[in-house]
Design a protein around this ligand. Structure first.
Ligand code: SF4
Ligand code: SF4
Length: 100
């Protein structure tokens, strides 16, 4: 059996060498489902804002204004918690096809 390397022989990985770099990472490209907001149904209750794990719900003057797709990873939590079904989840491929 091969001998395992010592901890100090392993390559260094996962180093965060600068603080507050999350804004630089546009994690929206990970998304396979896209939340679609229906403004006409929305009551600006802020349930989606409260639960979004990526802080991707855009709010202005205490009103829901949509999603920031640069950071939304498409988890669907917002659609799940919306009490008036103002958010639908659609496959991201649908929008790729529309853009072509
Ligand atoms: S949870 Fe639904 S109703 Fe409430 S702010 Fe979000 S989209 Fe609007
Ligand atoms: S799909 Fe997930 S990440 Fe995107 S806005 Fe909704 S809760 Fe936030």
């Amino acid at each position: 059996m091969a001998e395992l390397k010592k901890w100090y022989e392993l390559p260094i990985g996962g180093v965060i060498d600068q603080p507050a770099t999350a804004l630089a990472y546009k994690t929206g490209t990970w998304r396979v489902m896209r939340p679609i907001w229906h403004e006409d149904k929305c009551t600006s209750c802020m349930m989606c804002w409260l639960h979004c794990p990526d802080n991707a719900i855009v709010v202005k003057d205490a009103k829901m204004k949509g999603m920031n797709y640069d950071y939304c990873k498409g988890c669907g939590v917002c659609a799940r918690v919306c009490p008036v079904n103002a958010i639908d989840m659609e496959p991201e491929t649908k929008f790729l096809e529309e853009a072509e």
